[in-house]
Design a protein around this ligand. Structure first.
Ligand SMILES: Nc1ncnc2c1ncn2[C@@H]1O[C@H](COP(=O)(O)OP(=O)(O)OP(=O)(O)O)[C@@H](O)[C@H]1O
Ligand SMILES: [Mg+2]
Length: 326
C-alpha cells in the first residue's frame, strides 16, 4: 500500500501490515488493485502484481477457481470461500483458503490464509486415530486368540475329564485318580495362561504401586544391564503412568531385540508441568520410527498431548524420549 497520510488511511495500512494473512483487493475482472499483509504468499513477486490480472499470473485452474469465488461474492453480496494449492514465489507448494468479501460494485477483498499446517495437523490426527483403533482391534484379536487356543481348550479338557470321572465312578473307579490328576494339571495350566495374559494387559504392580515400582520390576526382568538414573516415587495420573510404563517397556524390549547394547539407562524426571521419560541404549542405532512399536508409542504420547522423539544415529545408540503433560 503506498504512502498515505490521513489517520484513517494510516490505520487501514497498519491493519493490513499487521495481518498474518495476505490481503488482495481485486476488481470484478480479476485485476489486482491493491496488496497487503504477508506478501510472501503471493504466487509472483509483488512488484509484478498490482495492475496485472489473476488469469495472467496464476495457473489457469487456480485462476478459474478464484474468479468463480469473486463472481459468487459479487452476485450474492456475501462472503465466498475458495480453497486451492499453489506454489508461492518464495517456497514450496502450500494449501490456501481464500475468503472473498464484496466491497463495492465491481470490487472484492480477499483474505488468503495458508492452511497447510492446519491440514497437515488434521491429517496426522485422523491417521493416528485410525492407527489407535486398528491397534485396539489387533489387541482384542490377540486376546481372543490367546484365550481361545489356550485357557479355553484347557477348560474344555477339564470338563471332559470330569465327565469321564463321573462315568468311571460307576464302572472302573480305579481309573479315577489318574483322571483327576490330568484334570488338575490342565486346570493349573489354564490358570497360568490366564495369569500370563492378564499380566500383559495391564501390569498390576503399576496400578497398585505406581510407576517407580513397576519400572524397577521391568529393570529386574531385563536381560541387559539397566541403570536407573532417576525415578520419582510420586503417583501420577493413570494415563501418564501407563504411557511412561509402556514407553519404557517397549524401549527395553527394542534394546534387547535389536540394539546389541551393553547398557540401558532410564531417566524419569518430574518438571513443573510435565514428566520427561527417556530410555537410551549404547547399541547399534538406526531405529525405524515408522515401525509398529515406535509408532504406537508416538500415537499414545500424542493422544495425551505430549511430545515424542526417537534419536537413533547408526553406530551411536538409540534414545527414546517423551514429555508427558501432567
Ligand atoms: N534400540 C534400538 N536399536 C536398534 N534398532 C532399533 C531399536 N529400536 C528399534 N529398532 C529398529 O527399528 C525397528 C522398528 O522398531 P519397532 O519397535 O517399531 O518395531 P519392532 O520392535 O520390530 O516390532 P514391535 O515393536 O511391533 O514388536 C525395529 O525393527 C528395529 O529394526
Ligand atoms: Mg519394538
Amino acid at each position: 500500500m503506498d504512502g498515505v497520510s490521513t489517520p484513517v488511511e494510516a490505520r487501514h495500512r497498519a491493519l493490513l501490515e499487521a495481518l498474518p494473512d495476505l490481503v488482495l483487493r481485486l476488481g470484478a475482472d480479476g485485476t489486482y488493485l491493491e496488496l497487503g499483509g504477508d506478501l510472501s504468499r503471493l504466487a509472483n513477486p509483488p512488484e509484478l502484481v498490482v495492475g496485472a490480472n489473476v488469469r495472467d499470473l496464476l495457473p489457469s485452474d487456480v485462476a478459474e477457481q478464484l474468479m468463480r469465488g469473486v463472481a459468487a461474492a459479487l452476485s450474492s453480496g456475501e462472503l465466498a470461500t475458495v480453497n486451492y494449492r499453489l506454489r508461492p514465489h518464495m517456497g514450496e507448494l502450500r494449501d490456501f483458503e481464500l475468503r472473498i468479501a464484496p466491497v463495492a460494485a465491481g470490487e472484492v477483498l480477499a483474505i488468503v490464509r495458508d492452511v497447510t499446517d492446519l491440514h497437515e495437523a488434521i491429517r496426522e490426527v485422523s491417521e493416528s486415530r485410525a492407527r489407535i483403533v486398528t491397534a485396539g482391534d489387533a489387541e482384542r484379536r490377540r486376546i481372543e486368540r490367546n484365550l481361545h487356543d489356550g485357557a479355553q481348550q484347557r477348560l474344555v479338557a477339564v470338563s471332559l475329564h470330569l465327565h469321564l470321572i463321573r462315568k468311571r465312578l460307576d464302572g472302573r473307579p480305579e481309573a479315577v485318580p489318574e483322571l483327576l490328576d490330568a484334570a488338575q494339571t490342565e486346570l493349573a495350566l489354564a490358570l497360568d495362561e490366564i495369569r500370563e495374559l492378564v499380566r500383559g494387559l495391564h501390569p498390576r504392580v503399576l496400578t497398585d504401586h505406581g510407576l517407580a515400582r513397576a519400572v524397577r520390576t521391568l529393570a529386574e526382568r531385563s536381560l541387559l544391564p539397566v541403570e536407573l538414573v532417576s525415578l520419582p516415587e510420586e503417583r501420577l495420573s493413570s494415563s501418564v503412568e501407563a504411557a511412561a510404563y509402556y514407553l519404557i517397556a517397549e524401549a527395553l524390549a527394542n534394546a534387547a531385540k535389536h540394539a546389541q547394547a551393553r547398557l540401558i539407562t532410564i531417566r524419569v524426571e518430574l518438571e513443573a508441568d510435565h514428566v520427561v521419560v527417556e530410555v537410551a541404549d549404547d547399541g547399534v542405532g538406526g531405529a525405524d520410527q515408522s515401525g509398529s512399536g515406535l509408532q504406537g508409542l508416538a500415537d499414545r504420547v500424542a493422544a495425551l498431548g505430549g511430545s515424542f522423539a526417537v534419536s537413533s544415529v547408526r553406530g551411536a545408540g538409540t534414545a527414546v524420549r517423551a514429555e508427558l503433560p501432567l
